[in-house]
Design a protein around this ligand. Structure first.
Ligand code: FAD
Length: 318
């Protein structure tokens, strides 16, 4: 029987496992994809907003040649830490449900069952996009994940969204020669867009290199165009590819199947947990990292979520 099962091999799941293991407890990480699967899905060469020391786990220095690490640096770093700590991993194995109680949990996975005294849920938020729920959203030229711009040179591309991911994608696509239309549901580019990205985007819009429609609502997506309504009436915008970068949310069905209750007083439906230990209302089940914020996915990120690991490990080793 394991002392702890950690679900999710993201930066925070890895931090939890290594802190638990360092306290002499036996821990396994089960991950439905690859090691640090969410970051593998981020855009190629994406630059983190955080400086490297704020992304470090387990006290391992994160050396980078630049001020901000790239996606590739982070993949290399977290995978090296997992190797250095000899963390026990079960990859490409999805957890489906959890039964039992503290001291004798059974996690059912796509490949079998795992027994553990305690369970740490660090499943993040990156698997389920916030859908537009419009006709055509399931067409093959529509994606909720942006990777890189090069396949879109000399093509009309629509980017939907007003936050960092949409802003960065619109800028990159424009610089790679795509003809970009940015569709923003609200009246402006989100003030939360990083201070070094927002003016760049506003200036590209002002000079006409990026067409932006504000207070725009997408009503349908076609193979070569997007229908929108605007304060000036309906419009059809040409698009050979559509990036709907409207955010993501945690898997609430999974959280329910793991016995984790949402806070009824929180509009974000964040799990109920004790902030001094990260333990949920189900004794022996802990939450860590981004999943702790529910639908408020920017409440917890690597910088602050990595500290959940010490709280949980200290509580397990008491
Ligand atoms: C483009 C982008 C840039 C970002 N930049 C920064 C930054 O500069 N600084 C910062 O601090 N944060 C940043 N973030 C946020 C940060 O990446 C996330 O907060 C971070 O990944 C959270 O780590 P985590 O371990 O909680 O979750 P994740 O990294 O999402 O890991 C969760 C893991 O759980 C796995 N999983 C899910 N369900 C199951 C299941 N049923 N069974 C088994 N495994 C499962 C997933 O496959 C995944 O590997 C950024 C996010 C994005 C999208």
């Amino acid at each position: 029987m394991l002392d702890a099962l950690v679900i999710g091999a993201g930066p925070v799941g890895l931090a939890c496992a290594l802190e638990i293991q360092r306290r002499g407890l036996r821990v396994v990480i089960v991950e439905k994809g690859a090691l640090v699967n969410s970051i593998i899905g981020y855009p190629t060469n994406m630059e983190f907003f955080s400086t490297p020391e704020l992304l470090e786990i387990g006290g391992y220095p994160f050396p980078t040649s630049q001020y901000k690490p790239l996606r590739e640096d982070a993949l290399d770093y977290y995978q090296r830490v997992a190797r250095a700590e000899k963390l026990e991993l079960r990859l490409h194995e999805r957890v489906l449900s959890l039964s039992g109680e503290q001291g004798s949990f059974t996690a059912t996975t796509g490949l079998g069952e795992i027994q553990a005294r305690n369970v740490v849920v660090a499943t993040g938020f990156y698997d389920l996009p916030n859908l537009l729920n419009v006709p055509g959203e399931d067409l093959p030229h529509v994606s909720h994940y942006y990777k890189e711009p090069y396949q879109h040179a000399a093509q009309p591309v629509v980017v939907i969204g007003a936050k960092n991911s949409a802003a960065k994608a619109a800028l990159q696509l424009t610089r790679a020669g795509a003809s970009v239309t940015l569709l923003v549901r609200g009246p402006e580019i989100s003030p939360s867009v990083k201070y070094w990205i927002r003016p760049d985007l506003l200036n590209r819009i002002a000079e006409g290199r990026i067409t932006a429609h504000f207070n725009a609502c997408v009503t349908a997506i076609h193979p070569d165009a997007v229908d929108i309504t605007t304060p000036n009436g309906p419009l059809t915008v040409p698009a050979r590819f559509v990036y709907a970068l409207t955010g993501y949310h945690p898997d609430e069905t999974l959280l329910g199947a793991l016995g984790i209750e949402p806070d009824p007083n929180d509009v974000a439906r964040a799990p109920l947990f004790d902030p001094t230990t990260q333990e949920t209302t189900q004794p022996g089940v802990y939450v860590a990292g981004t999943v702790c914020g529910g639908r408020a996915t920017s409440r917890w990120f690597i910088e602050n979520g990595r500290h959940h690991a010490q709280l949980i490990a200290a509580h397990l080793a008491r």
